[in-house]
Design a protein around this ligand. Sequence first.
Ligand code: MSP
Length: 651
Amino acid sequence: MKYYITTPIYYPNSSPHIGTAYTTIAADAIARLRRMKGDDVFFLTGTDENAQKIIRTAESCNMDPHSYVDGIVEKFRELWKLLNISNDDFIRTTEERHEKVVQNIFNRLYEQGDIYKSEYEGWYCTPCETFWTQNKLADGKCPNPDCGREVELLKEESYFFKLSKYQDRLLSYIQENPDFIQPASRRNEMIKFIEGGLEDLCVSRTTFKWGIKVPFDPKHVVYVWLDALINYISALGYPDGEKYKKYWPADVHLMGKDIVRFHSIIWPITLMALDIPLPKKVFGHGWYLSREGGKISKSRGNVQDSFELIRRYGSDAIRYFLLKEMQWGVDGYYSEDDLVEKINSDLANDLGNFVSRTLAMIVKYNDGKIPVPGQDTELEKELKELSSSVKQAVEDKMLACDPAAALEFVWQFVSRCNKYVDETTPWNLAKDPASRDRLNTVLYTFTECIRILGIFCAPFMPGVPEKIKPLLNNQDLFSDWDQADQWGVLQPGTHVQKGEPIFPRIDVAALMAENPPEQAAEQMTEASKEQKAQVKSQAMPELKEEISIEEFSKLDLRVVKVLEAEKVEKTDKLLKLKVEMGQEIRTIVSGIALHYKPEELVGKKVILVANLKPAKLRGIVSQGMILAASQGELLEVLSLSKDIPTGAQVK
Ligand code: MSP
């Protein structure tokens, strides 16, 4: 089966950021899965260089546009490489192979009467590269809700493309092919928009020279959106190229919701006019918003250096976070705090810990050799069935462009694997020679789970198989998706090793030292604090995964009394508390200083998670954690009103 997937081609007016990276990573994960399934995949990305805003930015840097874009395009290529993006081609719209196709198409549309010459009088938003009529403007500004910037009045001779002629045909196509525009909410928006009437589109400009010349009238350059959309076929060598014949029509054009309109109107009408089949799906995902409010974008000044983020956390972790946090069809939130939390909980704890602890047991109980398994019990059968259902669910979700849901399923398997360790208690089996056969089955199953997890993670985090491979004796076992529910692949007798953790925990204290909270707080304006409070207080945090009463009972919660409290020097969030728990005095570092003055806490009886591993914060060892309820900017430490003695258990 052939499978053709594309990302938008990005404007190289500024370096790529987390938002632009999302679409590329999502497309990459889908492409990787299809390849692992055995499909013949073509995955295209690139840059959209003939935009007016490129000249403006280059001018503002005193550079000629060519050198300017060359520099930024390199950054795109570099970032995609660091993020392990497996694109098969990278098209630049300033390449000759693209220009030629655009000119041919423009000619043809003109010759068949779909493009005609007239005069454009109306508004143009350069940041959005969009024409607007007077009645669409919002208070005289760009009506795009994410833009709202100044528009410019244009009056120039232009060529027009007869969109109106194709309006009814397009509408029927969208109505008859419910999968063409997805999700349905965007499809409905598009239907409404088209029903409102399509005006012919201005498709050339004369007030600047940067761009592809109209072949028969070279004082005009082709409108950037018509030029850009054609990349999806010019890269394949339309009209005669082998790749074009093989891969077109595209299986999915993936993009952010902001540009679905161009892909569901201008693009299909161009293809209809040329008598070319339409792409099978145009999918518009949500945006990454910052916690402080607003879309992550260079113009809002809320982007973080992606290269620095990769250096700090690694490419797999960034990929995982971005894929996981964007729920299907809606916007997602990005913050570095959330990223760190996810890395520590999902990657270091759930996934990484499973791999290290099980391999450590094989080293300890079987000299690092995979044992010969005995008879399966219901537990192994259950794991096997789950691997099949997860495999199918992941495939379905990825075909529906929903990597977040696909990862939910993968993590169902991760959790089940961890539960299997707790249920089988290999440390008890190892004590009893009569249980040797059972122990062997359990240890063997661990290695198979690790292998399968390597396959499940491969499309999302291609570095995971690379990290697991040396632990399983360097065997290449992770590229065939169909082996994700085949069991018994690993050979008994194979040597394994514990190795380094595949996802080390992020040391929050060290990170805070690198970027002290008071500095971060100073950087936050009053307005953004308010926005942050609003954003945070709107939504109830998602419920966590169900746990059993046994898992809950592992928590040792105790009543403690605060004896002393003081601020931790050079921080604005941390308080150091001395608490009494029965006969014992403990030191606790708690991030509640923005909500309590030290003296307000002294004498209070509060609840301590007493069996949490001690952690060092700002050089102080914290021996537990105080419980508090919080939402948005509100926070209250849980305290007792009755005089229950300290050390008492909370159950
Ligand atoms: N050049 C046009 C696309 C032409 S395609 C024929 C363009 N480029 S862009 O550089 O502005 O990139 C837009 C795309 O980047 C969005 O559609 C989306 O895929 C991605 N994103 C940019 N910021 C984003 C977020 N904050 N969140 C998620 N994706 C975002 O438009």
